[in-house]
Design a protein around this ligand. Structure first.
Ligand code: ADP
Length: 539
């Protein structure tokens, strides 16, 4: 017997059509480079995305062709997110904060044929022009009459070239729609190619009440750069549900973020811990400047947040919700919603649970595997490698056969994260395998230490790295940025940790710096710290 159901492809063009039909008047807001606010509607975005698709096809875009973007979080980027896949192309948001040589490598490796670039980023194009060439370049946001690079055209003339007589090419749900490269925190960037189906299914999972919980009643702020894992899926989720979408443009400072949260009545957003730390500091410095009326559902991910951060932001009506994911998982894989059986726990235990990385969203399967290759049962205390599989998990990297060993023979992706899974299914990440500290044969979690140090009121940020040691092989060294006016000392921090850690786990040295170096997306750059302190003289 066969099912009697239709086979209906899950494509982004369907999402776009529905948004155009049902949410025509819903607002889309963006912060312009000059910090002013611009407003448009989903109806206008719908027309322009279709115009982009039509004009790209007229310009010779073939199915599967890559269109790179050098753009911030703005409406042109949103049009590319939908218009390029609607034409059968693959939108490739490039991380413009990487080194130009890395950008040139990524563009060449991806085989990007066309480019849509913001006028403010033209100097970057100039820097890579001898290493990477595009067949066509369209420049957005250039002042009328401003000179463009040879052969480049205005993005607006591309949009104006469409006559509205557009029919979508036939799209298969498994066709490629978008690609992102990993941000290279632990090695060379690798490409992940998302399909229409994987993006649509990821969007369904993301908007669920036990995940980001987004509906057409929400106002969604995209803080994570749209070149980092599809802007965490938020642009897709807002268009999918008809929520009001607010885009940060190129301004990610805490005042710019908080202004938008208040003025646009944001209800859902997401960002990495370092952004939330800066937001907390801004709120504590000026407690009456921003009044957040309704509780903000604020997702935190990309790295583990300190418990003290959750508590501090809650006082300002920002409820941090913990999620875990990777470029390879589109990104959302687990979400830390409190399960109903845990609601009766004392408040401190609820906080403890909320600091874990959460449980799998539907169709995402997770397991922890020990060094011997055995699957560790839930509730096991010994950490192992976290492995995942599911409909929006990469099955390979783009054109990178030498990385095939990141997948197991039975089809699981090896994340490189070290974790346990508790009896309720919550994942708790101890560390990235490369960041664990091996001291005298015992493993020390750098994440646990740094989050405990960041719980000290005198600390702004802290990163802990392994430094070679003649006797113990490696020992933890803490690099600490104090908060303004704080004079906290190494001895005080050591004493502060002694309540929570065994003596041998506590860093032997604390180095005070004005700022912790960050990766292109704002995570602590531990590779740089390990390099900087590799010759540390232990006394
Ligand atoms: P990169 O690998 O270049 O940092 P990604 O953004 O894909 O780029 O990072 C994914 C990694 O980020 C995960 O493997 C994990 O180590 C870390 N990560 C993501 N979310 C969390 C989280 N909530 N807690 C701890 N680590 C996280």
């Amino acid at each position: 017997m066969e099912s009697t159901m239709m086979r209906f492809p899950l494509t982004l063009s369907c999402v776009l059509e529905r948004a155009g039909a049902y949410f025509e008047r819903t607002e889309i807001v963006e912060r312009r480079p000059d910090r002013s606010i611009a407003r448009t509607t989903i109806g206008n975005f719908y027309n322009r995305s279709r115009a982009l698709a039509e004009s790209l096809m007229k310009s010779g875009l073939r199915k599967g062709d890559r269109v790179a973007t050098f753009l911030w979080n703005d409406t042109v980027h949103l049009e590319a997110y939908f218009g390029v896949p609607a034409a059968g192309g693959v939108v490739h948001p490039v991380n413009i904060r990487l080194h130009p040589d890395e950008i040139a490598y990524i563009v060449r490796h991806a085989g990007d044929r066309f480019l849509i670039i913001d006028a403010a980023l033209l100097p970057l194009l100039e820097k890579i022009k001898n290493q990477a060439a595009f067949e066509r370049v369209w420049v957005a946001g250039a002042a009328p009459g401003a000179p463009l690079p040879a052969g480049a055209d205005h993005y607006e003339s591309l949009i104006a070239g469409a006559n509205g007589n557009f029919t979508y090419p036939i799209l298969n749900e498994d066709d490629p729609a978008a690609m992102c490269y990993t941000s290279g925190t632990t090695g060379r960037s690798k490409g992940v190619v998302y399909s229409h189906r994987s993006i649509v299914l990821h969007t369904f999972a993301e908007v669920m009440p036990d995940a980001f919980g987004i509906s057409q009643h929400d106002a969604v702020l995209v803080i994570s750069p749209m070149f980092h894992v599809n802007g965490w899926g938020l642009p897709h989720s807002a268009v999918f549900t008809g929520a009001k979408l607010v885009l940060t443009g190129m301004h990610f400072d805490p005042a710019a973020i908080l202004d938008l949260i208040v003025s646009e009545n944001i209800t859902v957003t997401g960002a990495i811990p370092t952004i939330w730390i800066a937001v907390r500091d801004a709120l504590e410095a000026q407690p009456t400047r921003w009044k957040i009326k309704n509780t903000l559902r604020a997702v935190v991910g990309g790295a583990a947040p300190p418990a003290a951060l959750l508590r501090a932001l809650e006082k300002f009506n920002i409820k941090l919700m913990h999620a875990w994911g990777m470029t390879e998982t589109s990104p959302v894989a687990t979400f830390g919603s409190l399960k109903s059986n845990l609601l009766s726990l004392p408040e401190c235990q609820q906080f403890e649970t909320r600091c874990k990385q959460g449980w799998s969203v539907p169709f995402m399967e997770t397991r922890v595997v020990d060094a011997g290759g055995a699957v560790v049962a839930w509730g096991g205390r010994d950490p192992g490698e976290l492995q995942v599989r599911g409909p929006w998990v990469a099955a390979s990297y783009y054109n990178n056969p030498e990385t095939a060993d990141r997948w197991t023979a039975d089809g699981w992706f090896k994340t490189g994260d070290v974790a346990t899974i508790d009896a309720d299914g919550y994942i708790c990440i101890t560390d990235r395998a490369k960041d664990l500290i091996k001291s005298g044969g015992e493993w020390i979690s750098s994440v646990d230490l740094e989050n405990a140090i960041m719980g000290h009121p005198g600390v702004h940020e802290a990163a802990v790295v392994a430094v070679p040691h003649p006797k113990w092989q490696e020992r933890p060294l803490a690099v600490v940025a104090r908060r303004a006016h704080s004079e906290v000392t190494a001895a005080e921090l050591s004493e502060f940790l002694s309540g929570h850690f065994a003596k041998w786990q506590i860093p032997d040295a604390f180095v005070f710096v004005s700022e912790i170096p960050k990766t292109s997306i704002g995570k602590f750059k531990k590779t740089a710290l390990r390099e900087q302190y590799k010759d540390w003289k232990w006394c």
